[in-house]
Design a protein around this ligand. Sequence first.
Ligand SMILES: Nc1ncnc2c1ncn2[C@@H]1O[C@H](COP(=O)(O)OP(=O)(O)O)[C@@H](O)[C@H]1O
Ligand SMILES: [Mg+2]
Length: 375
Amino acid sequence: MDSIRIMLAAFSADDRKFISGLLTDEALRVVSSFRPDNDGLKKASAQPADVLLIGTRAKPEQELDFAERMFTTRSDITIILLAPMLESKLLERAMECGISRVIDINSSEQDVCTHIMTAANRDQNRRFSKQKIASYDSKVVVCYSPKGGVGKTTLAVNLAYALATMNKKVALIDLSLQFGEVGVFLDIPKGDTIADMVEEHSLELSTIKSYLIRHQSGIQVMLSSSAPEYAELIRPEHVDAILSSLRTEFDYVFVDMAVTMGDCAIAAIETADTILLVVNEDIASLHDAKRSVKVLEALNQQDKVKLVVNKDGISTITTKNVANLLEATPVLVIPYDLKAAMLAVNRGIPMLSCAPKSKASKEIRDYARSLTRRV
Ligand SMILES: Nc1ncnc2c1ncn2[C@@H]1O[C@H](COP(=O)(O)OP(=O)(O)O)[C@@H](O)[C@H]1O
Ligand SMILES: [Mg+2]
């Protein structure tokens, strides 16, 4: 990208001036500047640009509505909000409005510029690489849920295991960056981690592959950081690079996710072919799932979402209730089997290996087989 063309939208002339003053990097070029109102909407719809930068030094309100309206009309631009640090509810709303990145307006000039450039470059690379990605057969499958304990790791580990034992080339990336448990589930107590890889400053395929640990089943595992404080070393660019590179070599790349929808999670979700949204039959889990579907819609990722019900039979809520509430038919329903699940975790052996006859194992195996038929 030669220079990044920015449309700057802020209500007060003072804010517009202040924000222009922050854009000191010569790669950033303001091509128009206006108020985020109806007139602004007209201007922003017609203006060739790469980024819409909406700014305010107060709490954003109408700014978010403006972002939402722009998001539905222009899929070719990156929408960025520059505002004082937002509380999590507002952040969630910002994401629902299609804002790619929220930058603290009180950051240094250099930080503001870097964040804008990273977000814009990332979006553009992604748009360019879409076609390239479509030509690979492999599948990047993300196991996601906004709630902990529903069975994301169980699902990721066992699907990966099932496919590895069907002679598929499988990678499993633990993107539960702070408290990853893939190593526990597969009895890999220690080894190189994603944080170690990032510190190498090389994102070549050969480097990435050298940080994979081979499990005896054949799964190639990338462990999450060994301590929560290392998690922040990992940036969305790293996630993009890992997944885009590995998909050229592996039949399947599974990603075990954390509950938070940060930049790295969004990068994984946007690169994925399939998002397995894991829910349990309890109200809290379903409520959270419904909200996360909205966020995925805002990110324009809804077509990739497939519903997985885990721990079926644990309550009076039925899979039919779940399907009605989430308006989706589950692709996989895994029965509740505490004995098999506990045995697996305690021994560090996939459930499919230590309890192959369990109905839960059978359902996961059947689903894995159906994936191979679809490729
Ligand atoms: N189908 C199941 N039946 C019974 N227990 C299960 C089942 N699936 C997962 N579990 C257990 O639930 C707990 C949470 O699962 P986990 O995969 O770690 O969830 P998450 O990754 O979403 O936090 C674990 O103790 C796991 O053994
Ligand atoms: Mg987990």
